[in-house]
Design a protein around this ligand. Structure first.
Ligand code: NAI
Length: 340
C-alpha cells in the first residue's frame, strides 16, 4: 500500500461544511469529554461534518450549555447532551464512532506519563461503557498518555469479550499536522502539498517523524533533521509552556482529531483510499502497539503499512524509543489487570 497524501489533505478539508454535499449524513458519533478544551472545538468541527447525523456530547460538567449552543448551528447533525456517569450508557449506545478527549491535560513541567494516575481510570470507565453499549464502535483515544491509554482500552475491551484491534485507535494526527506545518515552513513549501508520516508513539522521543518519507520529496541537512525532529517531539510542550498553566494544545488538537474522525467515517462509508497514521495494535515491530500508517475501511483498520526504507537516523531513533514505549504499554495493561 502506498502513502496517499492527497487523501489526507482532503480528509482535513472535509471537516468544513460543503454546500450541496451529496453524501447522506448517517453516522452516530459520541464525544466523551465534550465540554473540555479539546472537546468543545472538536464538537463544533464534528457538527460541521456532512457524514454525521447524530452527535452525542458527554461530560461530567457543563455539557448541557455546550449542547444548547451547538444545536443552533444550521448543519444536519442532531446534537444531544449527556451528563455524568448516569447518562453515559445513552451517550454511547450503538454509536459508530466514540471519540475520547476526556481527561486532565499537562501543566508546565509535566510529562504525559504524569497524567497516568488520573487519566487511566477515566479511560477505563469510559471504555467499559463503550464495550457494553457500543461494542462495534470505532474508538478514537485522545486522552494522554496515549502510549498507555490505548493498551488500557484494549485490556478493558478484552475483559468484556469485545476487543477488535481494527477498531481501536490512539489519535496521533496532531503529530502529523505539526510535522506538515513545520516542514512546509522550513522548506518554503505550500502547506497543502506536504505530508510527513509519523510513527512510534505519542510522547517525547517516541514521536518519530519519518522526514525521509516526506511528500513531496525534499532533501534535509543533518542539522535540519535533528532540529525538526526535536521540535516535532517537543511541540506539545511548546504549547504547554506558552499556555503557562492553563492547559495543553486544544485548538490544533481539535482540528487534528476532527480530521482523524472524518477519515474513520469515510472509511466506514466505503471510501477505498483513506490513509492516516495512528497508534494501533499491529506487528510492524515486536511491540504490540505502534503508530504507523493505516488504511481505513468499513471495519476500521483494513491494512497496516509496514515501516520500510527509512534512513539510518530514523532506524536508530526507532530502536531507541522501544524500551520507553514497551514500558508504557505494559504499565497500561498492568493497570487493568491488577489484583483488586
Ligand atoms: P480539559 O481539562 O480542558 O477537558 C477535559 C474534559 O474532560 C473536561 O470537560 C472534563 O470535565 C472532562 N472529563 C473528565 N473526566 C471525565 C469523565 N469521567 N467522563 C467524561 N468527561 C470527563 O482537557 P483538554 O485540554 O481538553 O485535554 C484532554 C485530554 O487530551 C488530556 O488528557 C490531554 O493530555 C489530551 N491531549 C491529547 C493530545 C493528543 O495528541 N492525543 C493532544 C493534546 C491533549
Amino acid at each position: 500500500a502506498q502513502i496517499n497524501s492527497r487523501r489526507c489533505r482532503s480528509a482535513a478539508a472535509t471537516a468544513l461544511p460543503r454546500p450541496g454535499e451529496a453524501r447522506a449524513s448517517t453516522y452516530k458519533v459520541s464525544v466523551l469529554g465534550a465540554a473540555g478544551g479539546i472537546g468543545q472545538p472538536l464538537s463544533l468541527l464534528l457538527k460541521m461534518s456532512p457524514l454525521i447525523s447524530d452527535l452525542r456530547l458527554h461530560d461530567i460538567a457543563n455539557v448541557k450549555g455546550v449542547t444548547a449552543d451547538l444545536s443552533h448551528c444550521n448543519t444536519p447533525a442532531q446534537v444531544s447532551g449527556f451528563m455524568g456517569p448516569e447518562e453515559l450508557a445513552e451517550a454511547v449506545r450503538d454509536a459508530d464512532l466514540v471519540v475520547i478527549p476526556a481527561g486532565v491535560p499537562r501543566k508546565p513541567g509535566m510529562t504525559r506519563d504524569d497524567l497516568f494516575n488520573v487519566n487511566a481510570g477515566i479511560v477505563q470507565s469510559l471504555v467499559e461503557a463503550v464495550a457494553k453499549h457500543a461494542p462495534k464502535a470505532l474508538i478514537n483515544v485522545i486522552c494522554n498518555p496515549v502510549n498507555s491509554t490505548v493498551p488500557i482500552a484494549a485490556e478493558v475491551l478484552k475483559k468484556q469479550g469485545v476487543y477488535d484491534p481494527a477498531r481501536l485507535f490512539g489519535v496521533t494526527t496532531l503529530d502529523v499536522v505539526r510535522s506538515n506545518t513545520f516542514v512546509a515552513e522550513a522548506k518554503g513549501l505550500r502547506l497543502i502539498d506536504v505530508d510527513v508520516p509519523v510513527v512510534g508513539g505519542h510522547a517525547g522521543g517516541t514521536i518519530l517523524p519519518l522526514l525521509s518519507k516526506t511528500k513531496p520529496r525534499v532533501e534535509f541537512t543533518a542539522e535540519e533533521i535533528e532540529s525538526l525532529t526535536k521540535r516535532i517531539q517537543e511541540a506539545g510542550t511548546e504549547v504547554v509552556q506558552a499556555k503557562a498553566g492553563t492547559g495543553s494544545a486544544t485548538l490544533s488538537m481539535a482540528y487534528a482529531a476532527a480530521r482523524f474522525a472524518e477519515s474513520c467515517l469515510r472509511g466506514l462509508d466505503g471510501d477505498t483510499d483513506v490513509y492516516e497514521c495512528s497508534y494501533v495494535q499491529c506487528d510492524v515491530t515486536e511491540l504490540p502497539f505502534f503508530a504507523t500508517r493505516v488504511k481505513l475501511g468499513r471495519k476500521g483498520v483494513e491494512a497496516v503499512v509496514p515501516i520500510e526504507g527509512i534512513s539510518e537516523y530514523e532506524q536508530r531513533a526507532l530502536e531507541a524509543m522501544k524500551p520507553e514505549l514497551k514500558a508504557s504499554i505494559e504499565k497500561g495493561a498492568a493497570f487493568v489487570n491488577k489484583e483488586p
